[in-house]
Design a protein around this ligand. Structure first.
Ligand SMILES: Nc1ncnc2c1ncn2[C@@H]1O[C@H](COP(=O)(O)OP(=O)(O)OP(=O)(O)O)[C@@H](O)[C@H]1O
Ligand SMILES: [Mg+2]
Length: 401
């Protein structure tokens, strides 16, 4: 079965390099592989030192590259949509004078890239699609966008569509509003349908998974924790963390020794947070990852026996933190085999924006969504190898930042 693997992480941590290494390995294993970049600042071309663009380009045996151009896709596939949405927003009083016909909504450009990935998956031309995503912040907003858009569409779309039919010819004259054209509405409806399917595809753990890439620096670790939490919250399957640019242990060189100690500190933190994820570290290479030879060096450092063991069955899925809505808040569920026998030893403590679980020598840190940070823990339940933490929340808006 074809697979989609998305690589995400903070800017500059090595997403493109790690994605490229995965693509090269997959192709050399005999699988027809496509490496797609959804980042506007593309770097597949730099890494492979070849020209790659918005058409699928052959990079090596079984290996193809594609750098998506969201503007072009939107113009070609949803020509009326942008104009229509802009018109609706301007009529609602949103900086009407600033919204021109070429305006792209924030987050929408990345979304068009993901829609393209859906159609590439459906074409069944490739066994593996490796996606080099835009830096974390944008990717996250894009992953949750389908749900927010669905929420919005379910409430407004049926009325909107009817209004277009009934009112459009007279609306401008009588009500001084610009309703979307019927064609524009069809584009919006089509986009909505595709987004729902996209969400289903990206959330299907048999098909799609997300791999996080980070380096051992404070801000990077913090952002990676947050993105892991949000990916879990929105039900995406995260199946690996790649810790890039690990420094060598050097006794003699004081400078390197000092930095490696700092890295070790963050490695410990990472071990507590990404407790249930396979963690792979990649050494700091003596040169940049440019050209096939350099990518192959990275392949050798990633695809160890340990790695092969983790991903022997690519379709195996593990469940991490699961958030469920309850009548008065949320339930956080965690798989912890044998927890019921050690319930008395378990401590659940708040630690700033995180939640610490302490059980004997085990300490696990779970970054909480903003919504739950101030929430009271109502109950902790240990049953059938599962820990359930019940939070009560006064109001329940849609969870978003
Ligand atoms: N393990 C490594 N050792 C040495 N250099 C590395 C390593 N990993 C990545 N690099 C180099 O670091 C730079 C950033 O890597 P890369 O472009 O893969 O990151 P990115 O996360 O895709 O960045 P961006 O957010 O800008 O797209 C590149 O010059 C790359 O060659
Ligand atoms: Mg990149």
């Amino acid at each position: 079965m074809s697979r989609i693997i998305l690589f995400t992480g903070k800017g500059g941590v090595g997403k493109s390099s790690v994605a490229a290494a995965h693509a090269v390995k997959s192709a050399s294993d005999g699988r027809k592989t496509l490496l797609v970049s959804t980042d506007m600042a593309h770097n597949i071309a730099d890494i492979f030192e070849k020209t790659v663009g918005p058409e699928i380009t052959r990079l090596a045996d079984n290996l193809y590259g594609l750098e998506l151009d969201p503007d072009r896709m939107m113009r070609e596939e949803y020509p009326e949509m942008n104009r229509s949405i802009a018109a609706m927003f301007s009529q609602a009083g949103f900086t009407a004078d600033k919204i021109g016909t070429d305006f792209i909504f924030p987050g929408f450009d990345d979304l068009f890239c993901l829609l393209k990935i859906k159609s590439l998956y459906e074409s069944r031309d490739f066994e593996r699609i490796m996606v080099d995503c835009a830096p974390t912040g944008e990717t996250l907003s894009l992953l949750k966008l389908p749900e927010l858009l669905a929420w919005y569409m379910e409430r407004f779309f049926p009325v909107g569509k009817m209004m277009v039919r009934v009112l459009s010819p007279i609306s401008r004259y009588r009500y001084h509003v610009n309703l979307p054209t019927s064609q524009g509405m069809d584009d919006i409806g089509r986009l909505h349908g595709h987004l729902m399917e996209l969400q289903e595809l990206l959330k299907n753990p048999q098909i799609s998974s997300v791999r996080l890439v980070c380096t051992l620096e404070k801000m990077v670790v913090e952002e990676t924790k947050r993105s892991y939490m949000y990916l879990n919250l929105y039900g995406y399957q995260v199946d690996g963390l790649f810790v890039n640019r690990l420094l060598p242990r050097q006794k003699e060189n004081l400078f390197l020794r000092h930095w490696r100690q700092i890295q070790d500190k963050y490695m410990t933190e990472i071990g507590m947070v990404f407790y249930d994820l396979p963690i792979h570290s990649i050494p700091w290479m003596p040169e940049e990852i440019r050209g096939m030879e350099a990518v192959e060096r990275m392949v050798d450092s990633i695809f160890t026996e340990e790695y092969a063991a983790h991903y022997a069955d690519l379709s195996a899925c593990t469940e991490h933190e699961i958030y469920e809505k309850t009548a008065d808040g949320y339930l956080l569920r965690l798989q912890l085999p044998g927890i019921e026998d050690r319930e008395k030893e378990l401590q659940v403590l708040s630690h700033g924006p995180d939640l610490d679980l302490i059980l004997g020598h085990m300490q696990r840190r779970i970054p909480l969504p903003d919504l739950l940070r101030a929430a009271a823990i109502k109950e902790v339940r240990c049953e059938n190898g599962e820990l359930g933490i019940y939070f009560s929340v006064e109001e329940n808006p849609i969870p978003h930042e």
